[in-house]
Design a protein around this ligand. Sequence first.
Ligand code: GTQ
Length: 348
Amino acid sequence: MNAQIQIDDTARQRAAYYDRISQSSLTPLWEVLGALVPKQPNSPAVGALWKYADIRDYVMEAGRLITAEEAERRVLILENPAMRGNSSITQTLYAGLQLILPGEIAPAHRHTQSALRLVLDGEGAYTAVDGERTTMKRGDFIITPAWTYHDHGNLGDTPVVWLDGLDIPLLRFFDAGFAEHGHTVAQSELRPEGDALARYGNNMLPMDFQQTSAQPTKVFVYPFARTRESLLSIARTAADPHMGHKLRFVNPATGASPMPTMGAFAQHLPAGFETQPYRSTDGTVYACLEGEGVAEINGEAFPFQPNDVFVVPSWHTLRLQARKDTILFSYSDRPAQQSLGLWREQKL
Ligand code: GTQ
């Protein structure tokens, strides 16, 4: 038998064998091992940018097609272009733009998915979390931890749009999703606005209050005025070559991330600054709050302006160039990966 015939024969025997074992729901590891245990992350997600100026009209149009109450949440999901139909922006994260019109209410519910909001456009809306409201101002970072009741309303006279970040795909993966509606459309107010920030977010804590690092913070709003003040203050010192002036949001009671599955960050880049190439295993969603620049993701350039959103998938190399003094917000699954001992980064 010559060598070629022998190879063909082996391939035929293997294919027939794979067919036979397939009927018993078996499949050979050796055909897929390289993909299952890759040398490095090989995300199905791609780098992508949503220009707010291009999609704002679509968001507003949704306001004429369905009410917030009928929709429960009137949101356009930002789907990773390479993962359409998954409601995912990365393998673990969800992103969406939520619209609430004057006078509307998005009814109270709770779920085991954790959510964060970054207010982008309009004013006069509020989010209520476990009985306390916060008025949403542009740039405010607001959280609704797992299983906390939340509803949204708009008492102002302009449409309000914010970026929603949730760990929906992560919980779907774990098959750990539960949800329920509130007893009333809007929660009754149990505490005055500002109560949580005063109790938990001002370098003090209630006398008998203790938390472990997996517990979410009671601070459910991180006002942009405070974030911005910190960033502009540290911007007077030298910038880190890979980060610019970057800070992470924390639960002040533990020093850990505000919520255990998603971390959030804010950074300032001085006009003309270019970051050194950087990659990490936490696919990250960015939103531009001030300034403008270019995000180079695996060599592809994405020019961004205020309210634009872009995604940097796991292990994709990011370089940021600021054309003006720039403030970026970002979120990722970093704390989840860190608590599982999986997170890696590389400063190039
Ligand atoms: O505001 O509760 O974008 O439950 C997706 C699911 C927002 C919310 C989303 C949600 C919410």
